[in-house]
Design a protein around this ligand. Structure first.
Ligand code: FES
Ligand SMILES: [Fe+2]
Length: 375
């Protein structure tokens, strides 16, 4: 029986502004997106703004300590409410001074009592679904979206087992990396290691054992790609590792579709990737590095610098070249190298990602985007 190899996605998925618009209103508005870390807003009234799928949003800590996320728009005549980050007792709109409680309820507004029938209890800022995932705040613009534990089953507990100090971690730095490519090009590049042996010298010579590198798509039935690898030898580590801590000798990462990844390096060191799509051929990637309460650490800063100068720099030139190639009239999508045995030289993870991405654009009403029906 002959079978035909699976082909990579058509170039238009990465270049066509109409596809990008469909993603903005569909996929990117209906999946869990990283907003920030709860340690950015430790006190009542602390807030920060951020953008998801072309919407300005802000997260704010209420008097009940609960963090809520709102669309950054006044319910009077649509002025934006807050900018950047800060602390406030109440949210006051700069246009006509309508004033909201930290719960989003309208509290007062100049002269509103003169309006017959005006009931301020009817008016509240529009809240956005949010979840605290071990201190990492995620939002989903779809009010009907399934919770993160349905999308990413089991991951919450697994990460906790790999990172013992997860509860007290806070960001030390987020390194921002602009990339002139479609966000899917960058995410796909992150999600396979077929390119690693010839593009990342540190991959073959570093601490991992390349022949053990593997990626499991649909991990535990979720929209997760789990990367695992065994380590070469702990003596090659450039920083001290306490091997008495469980999982200290392992590398693992959990990519949470579509745009976030938790990585755990030997020594139980957590770091993250998150992406934002800015346009059909423009995205931003952040590498996040964390320490206990965000305290400074030479070890982590050195790791972050090494990572930026090697893996990150090497990957930027790859993804930007791919984006130029996708615009070529001479390109026809090639077959994916899907090895039934998986392993480091297989693109089975790309097959899974492209399936999710294609379906999100072509069938926006199928699972997981039709309410209540997870895959
Ligand atoms: S638009 Fe906010 S008070 Fe008028
Ligand atoms: Fe790479």
């Amino acid at each position: 029986m002959s079978t035909t190899p699976l082909r990579s996605l058509d170039a238009r998925y990465y270049t066509d502004p109409d596809v990008f618009q469909q993603e903005v209103t569909g996929l990117l508005s209906r999946t869990w997106q990283f907003a920030g870390h709860v340690s950015q807003i430790p006190n009542i009234g602390d807030y920060f703004t951020f953008d998801i799928a072309g919407e300005s949003l802000f997260a704010i800590r209420g008097r009940d300590e609960k963090i809520r996320v709102f669309f950054n728009v006044c319910q009077h005549r649509a002025h934006e409410l807050v900018e950047g980050a800060g602390n406030t007792r109440l949210v006051v709109c700069p246009y006509h001074a309508w004033t909201y409680e930290l719960t989003g309820r309208l509290r007062s507004g100049p002269n509103i009592k003169s309006v017959p029938g005006f009931d301020r209890s009817d008016i509240c800022l529009s809240e956005v679904r949010s979840e605290d995932f071990h201190g990492f705040l995620f939002v989903n613009l779809d009010p009907e979206a399934a919770p993160m534990d349905d999308w990413f089953p089991g991951v919450r507990d697994e990460i906790a087992a790999f990172v013992p100090n997860l509860a007290t971690l806070a960001p030390l730095e987020w390194i921002e990396i602009p990339e002139s490519c479609n966000w899917k090009v960058s995410v796909e590049n992150y999600s396979e290691c077929y390119h690693c042996p010839i593009n990342h010298a540190t991959f073959a010579e570093g601490v991992v054992r390349p022949e053990t590198y593997d990626i499991q798509p649909d991990y535990q039935g979720g929209y997760v790609l789990r990367h695992t690898t065994e380590c070469q030898s702990m003596e090659k580590m450039t920083y001290p590792v306490d091997l008495s801590v469980p999982n200290a000798d392992r590398y693992q990462s959990w990519f949470l579709w579509p745009m976030f990844s938790f990585q755990c390096y030997p020594g139980n060191i957590l770091n993250t990737y998150h992406w934002r799509a800015n346009g059909a051929a423009d995205c931003t990637v952040w590498r996040g590095w964390y320490t206990d309460r965000g305290e400074d650490s030479d070890i982590i800063r050195t790791l972050a610098k090494q990572d930026l100068e090697t893996t990150v720099a090497e990957d930027i030139s790859l993804v930007e070249s791919v984006q130029r190639g996708l615009r070529s009239r001479g390109y026809r999508p090639g077959p994916l190298v899907v090895d039934p045995a998986c392993g480091v030289s297989s693109e089975h993870s790309i097959a899974a990602l492209q399936k999710w991405m294609r379906e999100a654009v072509d069938h926006p009403n199928r699972p997981p985007f039709n309410t209540g029906q997870q895959k």
